[in-house]
Design a protein around this ligand. Sequence first.
Ligand code: NAP
Ligand code: G4F
Length: 350
Amino acid sequence: MKIALITGITGQDGVYLADFLLKKGYDVYGGFRRLSTPNFWRLKDMEVFDKIKLVPLDLSDQSSMMNFLEKIKPDEIYNLAAQSFVGVSFEQPIHSGDITGLGVTRLIDTIRTLSPKSKFYQASSSEMYGDVGDAVPQDETTVFKPRSPYAAAKTYAHYIVQNYRSAYNLYACSGILFNHESPYRGIEFVTRKITNAVARIKLGLQKELTLGNIDAQRDWGFAGDYVQAMWMMLQQDKPDDYVIATNEAYTVRDFAKKSFEIAGLNYEDYTKTDTKFMRPSDVHLLKGNPQKAKDKMGWEPKVNFNELIKMMVERDIQRWRRYLKGEVFPWDAINAEGWEVTSLPSYRFT
Ligand code: NAP
Ligand code: G4F
């Protein structure tokens, strides 16, 4: 039986990957960080909580990685842990650099020392492209011009992985994944913020939705499709980096309009914008070309834009309906109205 370690197992991609690897017969270890309230709701909801082995592992603490890798030398290590929210990286640039950037060096250097035969996957990001200019769509040859502390940290990590691959001959890959969403997406990301608000408006629990830069364009895919590509990267003859995307871009406005439409509501009646949700610098257009992943690994996205939104809206409506019936507590939907991180300087001092 193959052994896999997934860092960041409590996050969106962590649960989809755990489910995928368990179905492939892997023995799955999941790295989690200690919190005052454990964040296991996704693992429980996906019904994988009882099938995995949880290990305390924080990317800020190299000893936690050493403890684990000394005892268990996994066949495959998937590094999904990160401070993954771009907006917060403007507020916490040092923490974001420490976890999302330097944390990867801590992990891959520990692998080099204690488990050099482990195959390694790094969660790189399309945010690294940043200011893309005329380079549309982006592929593995497009230059990185990061526009946030998060993107700068991911770019550093991306180059560290390339360096360890060539310097120490490690089997180390980076997937340059474009935005991927699901009903398990964190509630502060724009897609889930929208589908959650649509569900609450539909059920009379919320009156309106306030967004920031609705002209931003993203290439949105389904997380369940994207974790399969992570695994495929570690099954190839040689380690390499791959863009994973749909090659279709839509605006935030498009996403919101479609979400309201699916719920039988009119976007214009409920949505407004506020500069407090805009970032000091934003990425205006991301659209990825996944041709290399298709040619070399046979990977293609299966769920399209409309199907993804329908899946998310329907699931959020279902969650809030069950909540209203007193059946479940929608863990990450507490204070959904009005709770949002912003990046305006005024926010820092008020
Ligand atoms: P997510 O839902 O925010 O999950 C992030 C995970 O990292 C959570 O399990 C979180 O634990 C964990 N984590 C945070 N700080 C940590 C620390 N100091 N030590 C150990 N674990 C820590 O993110 P996701 O959407 O699943 O994304 C997975 C990875 O792919 C991330 O690295 C992200 O940056 C990258 N990525 C995501 C996308 C996307 O569109 N989703 C695209 C490209 C790249 P808690 O549960 O305790 O917070
Ligand atoms: O949903 P977002 O916060 O995702 P973003 O910044 O694209 O980052 C996500 O995708 C990356 C891959 O490209 C990952 F690496 C990263 O970890 C994360 O998963 O914002 C998307 C767009 C931005 O342009 C933002 O300015 O939506 C815009 N937006 C407009 N109104 C908003 C809002 N974003 C948020 N979070 N909240 C708003 O009200």
